[in-house]
Design a protein around this ligand. Sequence first.
Ligand code: DGY
Length: 328
Amino acid sequence: MNKRILLTGRLPLEIMASLTEKFEVDAHNEDIPFDRQKLLQRIRDKDGLISMITDTVDEEVLDNAASLKMIAHFGVGYNNIDVKAATARGILVSNTPGVLTDATAELAFALILSISRRLVECDKITRVGRFRYWAPMLFLGREVTGKTLGIIGLGEIGKAVARRAKGFDMRIIYNNRSRIDISEEKELNAEYVSLKTLLMEADFVSLHVPLTEHTKHLIGGEELSRMKPTAYLINTSRGPVVDEQALLEALRNRKIGGAGLDVYENEPALTPGLTELDNVILLPHVGSCTMETRVKMATMAAENLIAGLSGHVPPSLVNPEVLPKRRL
Ligand code: DGY
């Protein structure tokens, strides 16, 4: 009998076809998050799961999944999955690294340009007929060229942002858990600095760290108060990396220049008051949301699952320590 898999989101048709060829697929073929009760129910007899970032795969779910052998997560960040609990039960977990690097870096850069040149604000004004005349001091933004970009988390996405910043002649400073190779620093023209220095010197602070217990509220009131009053905060990583209430206050009191956000602390809910501000751009978590990237992510998740359920090592396994005790 074919292995049974649960898919909790709608994927491109060609990927669905390749999955149904190999597995008995139980799919939530819709663009709204999969209901938790349904997840608890329908995971019971499954060998594999393709999860979305909107599914919380915790001990309760795993305890309901006696035959589950593999979770192929559709996304690079997998903070919604209790990997430790999965490993303890012999369940493989994979993610989709690499393929969304450019899309996410593009979006971070789009936010850098849009917030500093006030594009969203200007669009709103123009739409409602308030573009009545040109004047030298109207709609003034701030230039990106030649400014200092502070990247927190210089992994693949952070590096892709740095490469784009070179095209704008930006000075690039970064802070990371550990310093990258000197040769790579040279190639990227990136200078390692402490978090404190980065916050004080950057005109744009762009976040590219995964969400872990160490990065939760990495940026809070104290960090925001170190930033220049003209600096912008860009977040395309995970919402809880920023204390959103502290950010709201900093934006409201014009303690920083503005923010470009794609992710939120209690997603999809926004901290009340954020939508009233004109110095913030708010996007609905679309960092990897391009046709090209979503097809690549789906392909990668399917390839990982097929490998894992055929007894092979999935190419993007995140918990290799599970292998000696994997469920077969
Ligand atoms: C990821 O892959 O972690 C993204 O946030 C999903 O778009």
